[in-house]
Ligand binder design. Structure first.
Ligand code: 5GP
Length: 116
């Protein structure tokens, strides 16, 4: 059994995180070290290490992540200007080997909470 990733520990509640959203496929948390006024991470529950490690069976999860990213951006009030980023591999800056999408926006998001 491989060791649980940092994000699996967060998903399981073993490590605390500021959680904004979760459903059966994914969880969205605030980045601990924000690189923009709004910076959240969208993480699949399945611990796919890197994007290139995803397989055709992950089709639904990957589609779900993109649709959810748009919905979260809308709920955060940054839908008109945000960036989605995936670092794939250490040389590209990936530090946590559990697939995740960075949602970054230069507009601070509202703290009203998500009602997805
Ligand atoms: P990567 O560099 O792998 O693309 O992104 C990993 C991200 O995870 C970084 O932006 C980093 O700030 C964030 N991060 C690392 N450890 C923690 C943590 O314990 N909690 C949260 N919320 N974010 C983390």
């Amino acid at each position: 059994m491989p060791e649980a990733t940092l994000f699996t520990k967060i998903i399981n509640g073993d490590i605390p995180a500021d959680k904004l959203y979760e459903d059966e496929h994914c969880i969205c948390i605030k980045d601990i070290s924000p690189q923009a006024p709004a910076h959240v991470l969208l993480i699949p529950r399945k611990p796919i290490p890197r994007l290139v490690d995803a397989s055709p069976e992950d089709h639904e999860i990957l589609g779900h992540l993109l649709l959810t990213a748009g919905e979260i951006a809308r709920q955060l009030g940054v839908e008109d200007a945000f960036r989605l980023l995936i670092n794939n591999g250490a040389d590209a800056g990936q530090t946590v080997f559990h697939l995740h999408l960075h949602i970054l926006a230069n507009k601070k998001f509202t703290e009203q909470g998500l009602a997805l």
